[in-house]
Design a protein around this ligand. Structure first.
Ligand SMILES: O=C(O)CCC(=O)C(=O)O
Length: 254
């Protein structure tokens, strides 16, 4: 699916932006409809499943949408991402151990610089590909993703929970950076790359890649679905366990 330059970019930089239409747009619109319904129902979910990034009431997150709405798992787009993950990770099989959706309302702040691996208490999911999939054509000012090339080869920074700073603040030895990251300032002093993506495009990064997203300065709701695929037994167990839970939840509901 991806060409060799794109695969090389992922290995070299720790992320790649695919700004052409690769994923089925019709399926993504179907996914968007299902996910919109989850956002409408979110008041009824526990605070573990429906939350905000930091205390920003305009950056809304729903965890495990594929469990809450099993129709999502049946979409070919999930299998498509799985095969792209196999290509990127050089593995015959990959497993979707986590997915979430982030809707950023107009006026929603940045998601602060972070490495996804820091959110894992176990550190199990080291070899993975994290897809960030917009559910509409993005506008440049709508809150696009930002990546620091090569950061996946560096340290895992200490991340501190910081509600006022887009969810987390990372501690670095360079104190001046620590100060800027906590502000709303976009770059935080990093040399980063950003791109505006169409519906059907995506970005994909590793668990160690330093990334953030810009504030939504546009006037439309920015919608993204994020799927993480890993290679190891922990990823397999997580995906299979989640499927079983979803099936038993459905059985109970009938
Ligand atoms: O959707 C966003 O604005 C940020 C997503 C992100 O940083 C993540 O999923 O780790």
């Amino acid at each position: 699916v991806l060409d060799s330059a794109e695969l090389d970019e992922f290995a070299r930089d720790g992320y790649v932006f695919i700004d052409r239409v690769v994923l089925d747009q019709g399926q993504l619109l179907e996914a968007r409809g299902l996910i919109d319904s989850l956002f409408e129902a979110r008041q009824g979910f526990s605070s573990r499943l429906a939350t905000t990034i930091g205390e920003d009431e305009k950056v809304l997150e729903v965890m495990y949408p594929m469990n809450l709405e099993p129709q999502l798992r049946k979409l070919n787009v999930v299998q498509h991402c799985r095969s792209i993950a196999c290509e990127l990770l050089g593995s015959r099989q990959t497993w979707c151990h986590f997915d979430h959706v982030i809707y950023k309302q107009p006026g929603g702040g940045p998601v602060a610089w972070h490495q996804d691996l820091a959110a894992s208490r176990t550190g199990w999911f080291q070899r993975a590909a994290h897809f960030w999939i917009p559910l509409h054509d993005l506008a440049p000012e709508s809150g696009c993703m930002m990546f620091v090339p090569g950061s996946h080869r560096g340290d895992l920074y200490e991340h501190v929970h910081h509600p006022g700073a887009g969810g987390v603040q990372i501690k670095m030895t360079d104190k001046s950076r620590e100060a800027t990251i906590a502000t709303e300032e976009k770059s935080g002093g990093f040399d980063y790359v950003t791109k505006v993506l169409p519906l059907g495009g995506f970005s994909v990064h590793t668990p160690r890649t330093l990334h953030a997203s810009a504030p939504n300065q546009g006037d439309e709701l920015r919608k993204a679905w994020i799927l993480q695929f890993g290679t190891g037994p922990a990823s397999a167990a997580r995906e299979l366990g989640r499927r079983t839970l979803a099936i038993s939840a459905r059985r109970k509901a009938h």
